[in-house]
Design a protein around this ligand. Structure first.
Ligand SMILES: [Zn+2]
Ligand SMILES: [Zn+2]
Length: 333
């Protein structure tokens, strides 16, 4: 099969993904073989490729927002039929036995594997995944539109939940890429007012088009204090600015898997019971709940489509803030 292979982490400017032929995977017991139709491009892929996350498998095929068709079932796999359209996301498998799994916090599992990081992902014509960890994709979403729902969408949704925001509240977004452009649609559906702070003028424009009450630069102060905020950009220097914009008791959620160092700041920015918390991965319930809400709204993703062999170009564009919405690789029609 054709795939994009990362042999060793390197700056994306050096185009480290090699497009070529590799052996197609075989589904093991409880797994399905998925023929990939589309795979979203996520900032986490960039962190994997550039080595900001320590390598777990080498070489590796990145990609964890996969929409495809069940091509074959491994032994004992029976949840999906051949030809069913499914989604494969970041959480590839958990052990199901650790204290976190037993406490309904499988996102914090002690022994997880991750798609496109510790196992091969969707920048390829085929991948395998455990049937218990994949999703039915609601009808009504074209393949390319559905792909960004599987990480940008699910993680944005979990970030919204952890922010504790309620109807009528005011929520800040710092960074306005793939996750934020989906999360704002959920927030608006919940009757939450959104203020978007982002350095790129095109992203500010997209935020306003999607219903933001205000959009400005990353370090511009929103017109009114925020009940909660979500930092989507992987830049630690945003945190003091975001804390400054929060009301007393406000919650600051960090939505990324990696962030540059956080500068020191005065305690008064945190005092008055402000809270900072991170988001790590997602549970399957987050995914199921989000996909149901996404179909109800329905969410419309803005996607820029690249062919599979141009994955390096898509990732370079992502790094340069040149994607309004989400980048998606089209693998097969
Ligand atoms: Zn576990
Ligand atoms: Zn992701």
């Amino acid at each position: 099969m054709k795939a994009c292979l990362l042999r060793a982490p390197a700056a994306i400017e050096t185009n480290p993904l090699e497009y070529g032929d590799v052996a197609a995977p075989e589904p093991k017991s409880g797994e399905v073989l998925v023929r990939v139709r589309a795979c979203g491009v996520c900032r986490t892929d960039l962190h994997v490729i550039e080595g900001e996350l320590p390598p777990r498998k080498s070489p590796v095929i990145p990609g964890h927002q996969v929409v495809g068709i069940v091509e074959r079932q491994g032994d004992k796999a029976q949840r999906f039929g051949i030809g069913d359209r499914v989604g494969v996301a970041w959480l590839h498998r958990t052990d199901g036995t650790c204290e976190y799994c037993k406490a309904n916090a499988e996102n914090l599992c002690d022994n997880p594997t991750f798609t496109g990081y510790s196992v091969d992902g969707g920048y390829a014509e085929y991948l395998v995944a455990p049937e218990d960890f994949i999703y039915a994709i609601p009808t009504g979403f074209p393949d390319e539109q559905a792909a960004p729902l599987l990480c940008a969408g699910i993680i944005g949704f979990r970030s919204l939940r952890l922010s504790g925001i309620r109807a009528g509240g005011r929520l800040g977004f710092y960074g306005f890429g793939a996750a934020a452009h989906v999360a704002i649609q959920v927030a608006r559906h919940w009757n939450v007012q959104v203020c978007a702070s982002t350095r790129d003028a095109r992203h500010q424009k997209l935020a306003l088009e999607l219903g933001a009450a205000w959009a400005g630069g990353t370090f511009d102060e929103p017109p009114e204090k925020l009940d909660a905020a979500i930092v989507f950009a992987p830049a630690g220097e945003i945190i003091p600015a975001a804390l400054k914009a929060l009301k007393k008791g406000g919650v600051l959620v960090l939505g990324g898997i990696h962030m540059s160092p956080i500068p020191s700041f005065n305690y008064e920015l945190l005092y008055q019971e402000r809270v900072i918390r991170s988001v790590a991965n997602n549970t399957r319930k987050d995914g199921e709940d989000f996909l149901r809400v996404a179909a109800e709204i329905p969410i419309r993703t803005r996607v820029q489509i690249f062919p599979l062999h141009e994955a390096n170009r898509a990732l370079n564009a992502l790094k340069n803030d040149a994607i309004p919405g989400a980048a998606v690789l089209r693998v097969s029609p």
